[in-house]
Design a protein around this ligand. Structure first.
Ligand code: FAD
Length: 310
């Protein structure tokens, strides 16, 4: 076995790919990455990429959508490393625009692959239009962002069989790019770390309603403010370590209801730290038996509308 390595710049810094090759057999034995910044979208994508590379003993694995900068860099570095061995000659086939592999693209315009798009189907599809269902689940969640993963976790906790369908190659969606901070009123942490000892979800709701100037949906605000403390505790159960609470700038016409309510967890608070939340939600859901399918866009719903029976 011989090891070869090469480096490429990923989203958070330079990633090193190490490829172990069995030169006698002329094949890749193992691939791994070094200098990966933990708790980042890139790290989640790299874990996915390496799993596929090691399963297939190949470095010609497509970059992972949703984490294509870092996994594209790893792919490039791994191919460069593998080609240092005289027994392999792998062609680098990467889209210079997106950093992702060109394989799988449908159309090419002026030499550039067009991004895949998944418009929703306009026609209604009924169960009479499809022959068979391959699988059946109690709950199907469309999209593995914060909202979808929370729904999946709740359904799985309640013993439903759950399938999450995600169009990207990793879970997390926009939530991965967020700071992951969550506002809540009346928690123990708020009492321990701020001067706001008597804050309540009702106060929190009043602040949002005032600040929203009549343009926010009260049922949603009510639901959010009432359940936020429970959600903080629920996420703690999954391993999120809440560390401190701070406040936003006071809004002059809502200041009667102001309090420090922004809850931050360990390693959270900066853009991109939301990945910590989504990974906890994902792993918790998977541990409870939920399933997830990646790289699959939902384009319509199959209904049992009997009017459309053929
Ligand atoms: C930079 C930034 C910082 C932020 N910081 C905070 C913060 O600290 N605290 C806070 O509370 N909010 C914050 N927000 C707002 C917060 O991130 C969003 O409101 C929240 O992430 C939305 O979650 P979601 O689950 O609705 O959507 P997403 O997280 O975007 O999830 C939607 C998912 O659905 C998938 N999807 C879409 N269509 C399909 C389809 N047809 N088939 C299959 N899958 C599909 C997407 O790929 C995606 O994974 C921030 C936002 C940004 C951009």
């Amino acid at each position: 076995m011989k090891q070869f390595s090469a480096e490429e710049k990923g989203f958070h810094g330079t990633i090193k790919a190490v490829v172990e090759i069995d030169e006698a057999k002329g094949q890749i034995n193992k691939v791994w990455a070094e200098n990966v910044t933990p708790n980042t979208i890139g790290a989640a994508g790299i874990a996915t990429w390496l799993e596929k590379a090691n399963q297939t003993k190949s470095v010609e694995i497509d970059a992972v959508s949703g984490a294509s900068i870092s996994t594209g860099a790893l792919r490039k570095a791994a191919i460069t490393a593998a080609n240092q061995s005289k027994v392999l000659s792998i062609k680098e086939n990467v889209d210079i625009v997106s950093g992702a592999s060109q394989s799988g693209s449908n159309t090419v315009k002026a030499g550039i692959p067009e991004p895949a798009n998944y418009p929703l189907l306009k026609d209604e599809i009924t169960e009479y239009d499809v022959d068979t269902y391959e699988n059946e689940f109690d709950v199907i969640v469309v999209g593995a962002g914060g909202a979808g993963l929370a729904a999946a976790a709740t359904a799985a906790e309640n013993h439903a069989s759950v399938m999450v369908i995600e169009k990207q190659g990793i879970a997390g969606g926009t939530t991965n790019y967020s700071g992951g901070v969550i506002q809540a009123a009346g928690t123990n942490l708020q009492k321990e770390t701020t001067q706001f000892q008597n804050d309540t979800p009702e106060n929190h709701e009043r602040e949002y309603m005032k600040a929203g100037e009549g343009r926010v949906y009260q049922d949603l605000v009510h639901d959010f403010t009432q359940n936020s403390p429970k959600n903080i505790a629920w996420l703690a159960k999954m391993g999120i370590k809440w560390t401190n609470v701070y406040g936003h700038t006071e809004i002059p016409y809502a200041k009667d209801y102001f309090a420090d309510r922004i809850h931050v967890y360990e390693n959270g608070g900066a853009s991109g730290n939301g990945i910590i939340l989504t990974q906890h939600l994902l792993n918790y859901s998977l541990d409870l038996g939920a399933k997830i399918t990646y790289n699959t866009a939902v384009v319509g719903l199959i209904t049992n509308n009997t009017n459309n029976q053929r």
